[in-house]
Design a binder for this molecule. Structure first.
Ligand code: UD1
Length: 356
């Protein structure tokens, strides 16, 4: 068994690490080649995750870096092909919905190498999101669609994907969270930042629809107003940092930081009073941890985090940030109830699928 895993961005590392671990154990004599496209390349966006997740250094670095969507995808395709020629994998495993994912799936499919897609079948039904295009293309090029919630199966069925290709395995990002729980609970990042556990809002924002245009300035103003009511901790993604600098945004009262390592971030997440985000993965992590999550987007490809979890969709509307304190005060006490198969064993189920 020869498997190539292709990852490129911060959330990819989190989703793929436990799968590599499970498949290495299942096929100890197989070849497990890790390819890092280099879409994310800063130490805090990449290396730190390999260290904390215990993933060995990649076997191949494609160093595609930043660029337009076409440039990023084209560089992945051009640089991955010779790697796959050399590695001759029986399977290419890709996670999530980023440009690297879609480009890797296309490269492999053109070479007639079967593709397995981790976190398949999610749909926001919003084709202005680059990730939505990546999801659709990747799913339709994949042989094995590894899904984490039942609605993914409905979405794929509606698009004509044969049911025998679809496998409900659970959530590999939650595998990582469960595996790291003892370590991140010991970190106490909140107190290190000078905020009280349970008392602050943790913010992450990086989607182009929010940060690449005029909504960014208004969002920062609204966050500054929120910070007068409760501490606001905001580790800033490089895309967002660049845009904030471009508009010379002022941010009185906000506790801004560099991007955080995963243990620090999970520690802050688990201790937060609430989370405000436009990230996909964080909607899932807060659902698992039972932390109230407010999503500053018009839609979500993860509706299960609303129906089963702790997520509230605020809309793509910075003014809605003002509603967070009241919403928290009125929130019914509810025990967290993670969706079925978000249990730490999804990667084992993926190993079962691959073995089958
Ligand atoms: C990408 C994904 C997005 C995912 C996010 C996770 C696509 C289309 N987007 O968005 O789905 O949610 O990753 O973080 O694939 N930059 C750095 N250092 C880095 C990486 C990026 O400074 O290590 C800066 C560069 O200025 C770059 C910008 O961030 O141009 C955006 O990076 P890019 O990878 O294009 O998209 P993300 O916004 O990170």
């Amino acid at each position: 068994m020869r498997i190539a895993y292709v990852v490129g961005t911060r959330p990819n590392f989190v989703k793929t690490a436990p799968v590599i671990g499970a498949l290495r154990e299942r096929f100890p004599d197989g070849r497990h080649a890790l390819v890092h496209t280099g879409q994310h390349y800063d130490r805090l966006m990449s290396e730190v995750f390999f260290e904390e997740l215990g993933v060995p250094a990649p076997d191949h670095m494609l160093e595609v870096g930043s660029g337009s969507h076409a440039q990023q995808a084209a560089r992945v395709i051009e640089r991955l092909e010779p790697v796959l020629v050399e590695e001759q994998p029986d399977l290419v495993m890709v996670p999530g919905d980023v440009n690297s994912t879609m480009a890797a799936a296309l490269t492999a499919a053109k070479m007639r190498i079967p593709v397995a897609h981790i976190e398949s079948g999610l749909r926001s039904f919003d084709r202005t999101m680059p990730e939505e295009l990546n999801r659709v293309v990747t799913d339709h090029l994949s042989e094995h669609l590894l899904i984490h919630s039942p609605e993914a199966s409905d979405n794929l069925h509606a698009e004509g994907v044969p049911g025998e290709r679809v496998h409900l395995v659970g959530n590999t990002m939650i595998d990582t969270l469960v595996a790291l729980e003892e370590r991140f609970r010991a970190v106490d990042a909140a107190r290190r930042l000078g905020v009280e556990p349970g008392d602050y809002v943790l913010v992450t924002l990086h989607r182009p629809a929010l940060v690449d245009g005029p909504l960014l300035a208004e969002t920062i103003e609204r966050l500054a107003a929120l910070a007068r009511e409760m501490p606001v901790v905001f580790p800033v993604h490089p895309r967002t940092r660049a845009m904030m600098e471009a508009v010379e945004s002022q941010h009185p009262g906000l506790l801004l930081s560099q991007p955080l390592g995963y243990l620090d971030f999970l520690s802050l997440l688990a201790d937060a009073g609430a989370v405000l985000t436009d990230s996909g993965g964080i909607q899932e992590e807060t659902t698992f941890l039972g932390i109230p999550c407010f999503t500053l987007r018009a839609n979500t490809e993860r509706p299960i985090t609303i129906t089963a979890g702790t997520n509230t969709l605020l809309g793509l509307d910075p003014a809605a940030i003002a509603s967070i304190p009241a919403a928290l005060a009125q929130r019914p006490a509810k025990e967290p109830e993670p969706p079925p198969l978000w249990d730490g064993d999804a990667s084992e189920r993926i190993a079962d699928v691959v073995a089958g």
